[in-house]
Write a protein that binds this ligand. Sequence first.
Ligand SMILES: Cc1cc2nc3c(=O)[nH]c(=O)nc-3n(C[C@H](O)[C@H](O)[C@H](O)COP(=O)(O)OP(=O)(O)OC[C@H]3O[C@@H](n4cnc5c(N)ncnc54)[C@H](O)[C@@H]3O)c2cc1C
Length: 479
Amino acid sequence: MGGIMTSSAEVPTRTDVLIVGAGPAGLALAASLRQLSVDHVLIDRTTSVQPGSKAAAVQPRTLEYLDRIGVADALVKIGVRSPGFSLHDCEKTLLRASFTDLDTPFPFVLLVSQQTTEECLLDRLLDLGGTVHRDHRFIDFTDDFPGVSATVAGPDGVLRAISARYLVGCDGVRSGVRANAGIEFPGTARESRFTIADIRLSTVAEELIAQDTTFFLSGAGMLLFSPLADGQYRVVSPAPPGMSEPTQHDVQMLLAERGPLSGQATVTEVVRASTYRVQERVAETFRKGPVFLVGDAAHTHSPAGAQGMNTGIQDAGNLAWKLHTVLTGAAGNELLDSYHAERHPIATAMVGFTATFAKLASVRDPLGARLRNDVLAAAAGTLGVTDWIAAKLSELDVSYAQGPAGRLRIGDRVPPTAVPGSDLTWTLATPDLQEIQGLPADVTVRHIPGLDTALLVRPDGYLAASGAPTELLTHLPIA
Ligand SMILES: Cc1cc2nc3c(=O)[nH]c(=O)nc-3n(C[C@H](O)[C@H](O)[C@H](O)COP(=O)(O)OP(=O)(O)OC[C@H]3O[C@@H](n4cnc5c(N)ncnc54)[C@H](O)[C@@H]3O)c2cc1C
């Protein structure tokens, strides 16, 4: 894998798209742009992929996109497939949402370290002939109509100017691009800290090897427990006061007090552990002229729902084909406004969802906790509730459609089980075998018997239009 990789090439002084930050969002964007043959430069201030676990869960919707850019297979080979999500009150299951019946080629949450995800993305980028200019730090930018002129410090400390039509900040929660663009990042920072630890155990109780991602809601505080690849387990829990670098003893205590292991297994190794403070923020805009924000630079929230990295990779998927379309002259600059219009509400809803979840999980007073647990247990028995939770967590419910849900609407995700994805091209799915005149080369035609009508699917897997095939062609932004 391409863990340590610093491009020896001199960073170009001019590009169509300058991407700052080679975390999961920046790497996904660069690999997508490379696949679309869009000229870009990707810089990162670090000298290699950073070790560590952070985001451990890759959701089905993200895997569907990663499949389009040729990364899913490699990742799925390495990760652990988690079939469901459970909420427990000590040993008692309150609610379980199963992923196995989800309408997707990836009916599981893939548990794998963020480092591995980044390495797979990097490998794909390198295979495609792309690169990361490492040890290059974004300093600031000035307007250079219609684009920007960015100042970057190279490994030798020398400042260089890069002129770019578009600048994309994938530079994480403390984004310098966002600050430099003067984009506000409103929200809150919680007082409390969370502990996160990747551990090994001596023996594990049978039911825990079931591989569900499990939340334990105890009077002492909530605790998330999930398997990881390589025989490790992930533990996340609010940090007791004074705990900064959790030790083996600390994690054992958390598991015994809040989790599944009241004396049943011993923590034999803490592979890595840290504490961090949760923030809940969404940038006021994801686009300001030629500047875009993607990933944590645009939104950050509690990792309780394991959505942060996933949302960032999907931001990248939304923006990549739009940049390609506009840069090839097939659509006007205004197409890029739809990046904010589509992704900002998704991020805002995600922050709200994870905040509510984190609040529910942290109810401590015994009466309130009992009430919560009763409500959750009752909800589990209510038709459709666990399916709704599975759709939400898997992000398969992400839609840009307006109006009430029902039949497939413009902006809804088209499941690849119905219309298989085809890298980053547009797909025209038709129920009838017919020759379609005037079809541009970068449209994949699929004959799918049984469809009510022909469907035009965007490169990121959402419905662009439906109707007669010849009519659909008028919706194609083709140069
Ligand atoms: C403990 C923890 C657990 C988490 N668990 C999950 C989970 O289970 N599921 C999930 O989906 N998410 C999870 N997350 C969130 C996830 O880690 C982030 O959402 C994800 O890393 C964001 O990716 P990104 O590419 O947007 O930003 P980052 O990963 O922060 O990458 C930003 C990149 O920009 C570079 N950079 C920054 N400034 C500059 C500069 N000035 N010049 C050049 N380069 C720069 C950095 O070096 C870095 O490589 C977790 C986070 C934490 C902290």
